[in-house]
Design a protein around this ligand. Structure first.
Ligand code: GTP
Length: 299
C-alpha cells in the first residue's frame, strides 16, 4: 500500500498539479447556517450516522464537526461502496476497527445493505432503546455523499418493519451537491419513537489541501467550477496513468476509439488534447482508491 502511495505521489508530482493551487473556498450561505444548526442538534442526538464516500473515506471528513462527532455514539457509513474498489474496502474496515470506530460499507440504494447498517445502529442503541421513549438519529456528511438517499432507504425499510401512521415524506435526492438545505426529520419507528434527521451536506469553510479538494470534486461533493475543470481533468488523468488503467496512454496509443485514432506518445500522457479528443469524459467511478489507509489524518 505504501508502494502504491509512493507511486501515485510520484505520478502526481510529475504533473505538478499544485501549480496555481491554493485554498478552495466553497461555503455558500446555507452551509454556514447549517453547520451551526447541526452543531446544536448534535447535542440532542442519541446516535450519529456519519456518511462518508467509500472512495475517499478520509477526504470526505468534515474536520470541523469531528470534535462534536467523536463525543457521540457514531457509526461511519462508507457509502457508494458499489463505486469503490471492492478489493480495498476491507482494508478501510480494518483501518476503522484499529481506530475503534464502528464502520460499515454500504450502498444507499440497496435495501440489504441499509438493513445491515440499521442492525448496527440498533445494536449501538440497544441500551438507550430500553430506557428512552424518543430517540434521535442524525445523518451527517459532506455534500452529495448520499445522505438523503440513505434516509429514504431507511424510511422504506423501517416503514415495513414498524408501520408508522404519518404520511411518508421523501428526502430530495440529486446528483449535484447542495440539494438538501434544511434539517428535516423523519419518524421511522414507534415505541420508542425513533426520528432520523437528514441534514444539509456541509464542508469546512476552506479546504487548504488542493488534493483533498480535487478528490471531493471528482466525487461530486464540491462543484467542479470551484476547483477548476481543467485541474480536475489533469488530476484524474494523472491518477489513471499512475495506476495504468485502460485509459493509460499505452493502452490507447494508435487505437481507434469512436472513430478517432489516438497517436499518443509517452510525453503526451498529461496532454489535455488527448482528453479533449475523447468523446465523453473518463468515468469518475475510476477514482476507486485515491486514498490510502495509512493516512494519519485521523478517522
Ligand atoms: N452509485 C451510488 N450512488 C449513490 C449512492 N447513494 C447515493 N447515490 C447518488 O448520489 C447522489 C447524491 O445523493 P443524495 O442523497 O442527494 O446526497 P446528499 O448527501 O443528500 O447530498 P446534499 O443534499 O448535497 O447534502 C444522487 O445522485 C444519488 O442517487 C450509492 O450508494 N451508490
Amino acid at each position: 500500500m505504501g508502494a502504491l502511495k509512493g507511486l501515485l505521489k510520484k505520478g502526481l508530482g510529475e504533473m505538478d498539479f499544485n501549480t496555481g493551487g491554493g485554498l478552495i473556498n466553497w461555503f455558500p450561505g446555507h452551509m454556514a447556517a447549517a453547520t451551526r444548526a447541526i452543531r446544536n442538534r448534535l447535542k440532542l442526538a442519541d446516535l450519529v450516522i456519519e456518511v462518508r464516500d467509500a472512495r475517499i473515506p478520509i477526504s470526505s471528513i468534515n474536520s470541523d464537526l469531528q470534535p462534536h462527532l467523536s463525543l457521540k455514539r457514531r457509526v461511519v457509513a462508507l457509502n457508494k461502496k458499489d463505486l469503490a474498489n471492492p478489493n480495498i474496502m476491507h482494508k478501510w474496515v480494518n483501518y476503522f476497527e484499529s481506530c475503534k470506530q464502528d464502520c460499515i460499507p454500504i450502498n444507499a440504494h440497496s435495501k440489504s445493505s441499509v438493513t445491515k447498517l440499521l442492525e448496527l445502529v440498533e445494536l449501538k442503541l440497544k441500551e438507550a432503546i430500553s430506557k428512552e421513549p424518543t430517540l434521535l438519529v442524525m445523518v451527517v456528511g459532506v455534500p452529495n455523499v448520499g445522505k438523503s438517499c440513505l434516509i429514504n432507504s431507511i424510511h422504506q425499510i423501517a416503514h415495513s418493519r414498524f408501520p408508522v401512521q404519518e404520511k411518508m415524506k421523501r428526502a430530495a435526492v440529486g446528483p449535484l451537491p447542495g440539494v438538501t438545505q434544511d434539517i428535516a426529520g423523519f419518524k421511522i419507528a414507534n415505541k420508542p419513537s425513533i426520528y432520523v434527521l437528514d441534514t444539509p451536506g456541509v464542508l469546512v469553510p476552506s479546504i487548504s489541501d488542493i488534493e483533498t479538494g480535487l478528490k471531493l470534486a471528482l466525487a461530486g461533493s464540491v462543484k467542479d467550477s470551484v476547483v477548476g475543470e481543467e485541474r480536475i481533468a489533469q488530476y484524474l488523468l494523472a491518477v489513471l496513468n499512475t495506476r495504468g488503467t485502460p485509459l493509460h496512454w499505452k493502452h490507447i496509443n494508435n487505437r481507434r476509439v469512436d472513430g478517432i485514432t489516438y497517436e499518443a506518445k509517452e510525453n503526451d500522457r498529461y496532454n489535455l488534447k488527448n482528453l479533449k479528443q475523447r468523446r465523453g469524459s473518463p468515468n469518475r467511478s475510476d477514482i476507486v482508491y485515491v486514498e490510502v489507509t495509512n493516512s494519519n489524518n485521523g478517522i
